[in-house]
Write a protein that binds this ligand. Structure first.
Ligand code: AMP
Ligand code: MG
Length: 442
């Protein structure tokens, strides 16, 4: 980072009555920030973020996807009693001595929710009929599955014969087999999902302490942008980055405020960012972060906050900006929709998860063989969109056509990002590459 003085001709339209040609030359000095490698940028950003401290107690039904605020310790053993894993007969392993077949007297039954109650103490050769999930009386320690039994009901009492000699504990789930009372079942910082809330339920919990949801505000910027629907005048396009961001953000435990479209007007951007930052934990804008004459976002950020990182050695998404406006974290994502999506997924999402208090989880990556030749100029790590498929024993990945950063079409049908290292040149079909399944990132 080093200081640099620059002259800039900026169109300030502070007062709408002023004619647009009234422009103002501004001297500014800013720190020139060198572009960073992706991993370095992520490490710097994530390590500089403190999780929000708040927490709340929520019903398990709404806890899915939230971040656990505390460890959860099991209050009960699961299962709470020795229970049968199969349908069959419960016996004492020690009763099956000598040569088979063994003949046992059936003195009762135990069904799930209806334990056996002994009228008299059990004799050595007594057994009970038992079904999956039912509890074993203390005298019996194993289960012979019913497929290995013959049942005789034409006697004064019912009998079972079997040739099987089970080990003690066979087909029995002992107390605490799933989890023992006092064991940690959830760790603080874990992201809860269907399985974890199911497990908490099984342990008798109805609520769980989760981290507060950060407030995330989003803006699109650009004079050419119009809300979708209706007719477009010449030069205008339908705005798509806000819905793209909203839908990606919907997968995180955050509260999203969509604050609409801002014009390429530094005065308007200035006021809007200041206001939004006062009410947000993290602010995301799209577009206006590059070096064009109408790219004002980084300049405004330097006036009202700090620009900490600007430009990444990645493709697409080079002009990404990261900084702060007072206590609010700020991401200026590049405007091309593919760049917006890729930089959100690779950089903004890990930062948001840290803000949510989530432990940093390794993203699943696979090695796959390229189905196509891929063009790549060394110098930036590239994320192409691909379709990952199993082909016999191999994983094959093919690219989704033209990879220009304006083409959201390249995301359509894609199920992964292909990660092409910075130093590589063109890659021939058959080359092994690393791929990030989108299902794992989203
Ligand atoms: P910029 O980063 O402002 O140079 O924008 C790069 C490209 O992305 C331009 O072609 C813009 O028209 C396009 N773009 C910017 N923002 C959006 C948006 N919200 N929705 C769709 N396209 C956008
Ligand atoms: Mg623009």
């Amino acid at each position: 980072m080093y200081p640099q003085i620059s002259l800039r001709l900026a169109i300030w339209q502070r007062n709408k009555e002023l004619p647009r040609f009234l422009t103002q030359a501004t001297w500014s000095w800013r720190y020139v920030i060198e572009p960073l490698d992706l991993n370095e940028a992520i490490d710097r950003i994530v390590s500089g973020i403190e999780p929000l401290p708040g927490e709340e107690l929520v019903d398990l039904d709404t806890a899915d996807n939230r971040v656990a605020a505390r460890d959860v310790i099991a209050a009960v053993d699961l299962p709470p009693f020795p229970s049968s894993a199969m349908d069959g007969i419960a016996v004492a392993a020690s009763a099956l001595a000598g040569a088979p077949p063994f003949e046992l007297k059936i003195v009762g039954d135990s069904r799930a929710g209806h334990p056996f109650t002994a009228a008299a103490p059990l004799a050595a050769n007594d057994c009970i009929r038992i079904f999956t999930g039912a509890s074993l009386p203390p005298e019996l320690d194993c289960v012979v599955i019913q497929e290995d039994c013959e049942f005789h009901r034409d006697q004064p009492y019912a009998r079972a014969t079997t040739h099987v000699r089970p080990e003690p504990g066979a087909n029995v789930r002992p107390v605490g087999h799933d989890v023992a009372a006092g064991e940690r079942i959830i760790s603080a910082g874990e992201r809860l999902n269907a399985f974890s809330v199911g497990w908490l339920s099984a342990c008798g919990e109805t609520k769980v302490a989760v981290r507060q949801r950060p407030k995330v505000s989003i803006f699109a910027t650009g004079d050419e942008l119009r809300e979708p629907g209706g007719e477009l005048e010449p030069g205008a396009i339908f705005e798509s980055n806000r819905i793209l961001l909203r839908r990606m953000l919907a997968r995180l435990p955050v509260e999203v405020a969509d604050l609409g479209i801002l014009p390429d007007d530094p005065a308007v951007i200035h006021d809007a960012l200041l206001n939004a930052a006062a009410n947000s934990d993290l602010l995301i804008t799209s577009a206006g972060v590059s070096v064009g004459e109408a790219d004002f976002v980084t300049d405004v950020l330097q006036r009202i906050g700090t620009l900490e990182i600007w430009r990444l050695l990645i493709k697409p998404g080079k002009p990404l900006a990261f900084g702060r406006i007072k206590d609010c974290l700020f991401f200026g994502l590049p405007g091309n929709p593919v760049s917006t999506a890729v930089t959100y997924l690779t950089v903004a999402q890990p930062a948001l998860l840290k803000l949510c208090g989530a432990n940093r989880a390794a993203q699943p990556e696979f090695l796959a063989l390229l189905a196509d030749d891929v063009q790549h100029k060394p110098g930036r790590e590239e994320f192409q969109r691909g379709v990952l498929e199993q082909s016999g024993e191999k994983l094959i990945v093919r690219i989704t056509g033209d990879q220009s950063s304006n083409r959201l079409a390249s995301f359509h049908a894609a199920n992964c990002l292909i990660r092409i290292p910075k130093a590589e040149g063109d890659l021939a079909a058959g080359t092994q590459v690393r791929v990030l399944p989108l299902g794992g990132i989203l």
